[in-house]
Design a protein around this ligand. Structure first.
Ligand code: TTP
Ligand code: MG
Ligand code: MG
Length: 365
């Protein structure tokens, strides 16, 4: 029985700022660009929960935040300090579960596979201990969610923030998920949420009334995932850093960048290296993954698996370019690191499952 734990630090950057200046704890605190008395042009990185009461949130224009809460303490982003603190917390988590059971997904969150604990009540105890260890080591609070898969664990960790600990057993999944807004489901961004509410679908339970074919007609391949997600199903496994069944390369840019041609060229060069290493091993690949890490270490992956294994560099390259596009276009965030990975290998003399698949028939996993 899979048991997944998701841990996410509470108002991370702002909490780090409060740690050394306890008098900030009783004030709204906003970390981000300089407000310049309401004329500032940047955005809010994050804010503490007191500032959230005024409607301030991450990504909001700092001028808007100033309008809503001008008496807040406005603090600049100290990225290096947050990065070091994040590293210490991730190491602590890794010491508790081992590298093979952990996936860091952003500067302040990680999935841990704790299936070895064998029960949700043992996992709850473990989650509590993790919160206490982080408090002891760093004087910072975190929220924990525990569930039978990544999606449920992540929704659960955000359920009772800050300092929350929410456990959802397999029997509780549907009752937990169905009253929630569709926006909680992975992959349902603002656009998809709007497309759904336009059709009168506001809650996850509303989605259950539609056959899979409808969702596919509206959203293409994502419709398949959406159908599963609404039923609490999520097959994504934890992608650990010690994965040996793949060949990958990544590169950190000298400066965070929005230069599309620079990132594309880098990805193609990395892809060439990865492909050469794969050919040395006489492998053929089925899965291609492109990774982008953005400013502040938020990391996103996109993968495609083709029906039959390929050894063609052109196929690999066109998939890399295809996968990269949404990672670049769906956000305005500068890119810190880009990487490519091949996996699901077949060895040369294995029978291919079927003929080479044209790109249009690629299956999105
Ligand atoms: P989050 O975990 O999304 O937010 P948070 O930790 O501040 O608050 P919560 O208690 O809701 O988890 O992001 C982690 C950090 O990443 C956050 O402290 C600041 C940074 N960040 C940005 O700089 N810009 C953004 O738009 C977001 C979402 C986060
Ligand atoms: Mg957080
Ligand atoms: Mg987070």
């Amino acid at each position: 029985m899979p048991i997944i734990l998701h841990i996410d630090m509470d108002y991370f950057f702002a909490q780090i700022e409060e740690r050394k200046k306890p008098w900030l704890k009783t004030r709204p605190v906003i970390v981000g660009a300089h407000p310049k008395k309401g004329q500032g042009r940047g955005v809010v990185s994050t804010c503490n929960y007191l500032a959230r009461k005024f409607g301030v949130h991450s990504g909001m224009a700092i001028s808007e935040a100033y309008r809503l809460c001008s008496h807040a303490a406005f603090l600049p982003v100290r990225g290096k300090l947050y990065g070091t603190t994040s590293g210490k917390i991730m190491k602590l988590l890794c010491r508790n579960v081992g590298q093979g059971s952990m996936e860091q997904v952003s500067v302040d969150e990680a999935y841990l596979d704790v299936s070895w604990l064998e029960s949700f009540s043992a996992a709850k105890k473990f989650g509590l201990q993790l919160q206490q260890s982080i408090w002891k080591a760093e004087q910072l609070t975190a929220s924990v969610g525990i569930g039978p898969n990544k999606m449920i664990a992540k929704i659960a960790s955000g359920f009772k923030k800050p300092r929350g600990l929410t456990v959802i057993t397999p029997e509780q999944v549907n009752g937990f998920l169905q009253p929630m807004r569709v926006g909680v489901l992975p992959g349902v961004g603002e656009k998809a949420a709007l497309a759904l509410t336009d059709r009168g679908i506001n809650k996850v339970s509303d989605l259950l009334e539609y056959p899979e074919a409808n969702l596919v007609a509206w959203f293409g391949k994502f419709g398949h995932s959406l159908y599963q997600e609404a039923r609490g199903v999520d097959d994504r496994t934890i992608v650990t850093s010690s994965e040996v069944k793949s060949i990958g390369r990544q590169e950190t840019f000298a400066e965070d960048t929005r230069d599309k041609s620079l990132v594309t060229k880098t990805l193609i060069r990395l892809a060439r290296e990865v492909w050469e290493e794969m050919r040395e091993k006489k492998f053929r690949f089925r899965t291609v993954t492109v990774t982008c890490r953005y400013k502040y270490f938020e990391t996103l992956d996109r993968s495609k698996t083709i029906a039959s294994a390929s050894e063609q560099f052109v196929t690999f390259k066109s998939l890399v370019l295809q996968l990269f596009l949404p990672l670049f276009l769906d956000t305005k965030k500068p890119i810190r690191l880009a990487g490519v990975r091949l996996s699901k290998f077949q060895v040369e003399d294995e029978e291919p499952e079927q003929q080479e698949t044209p790109c249009e028939q690629l299956r999105l996993l």
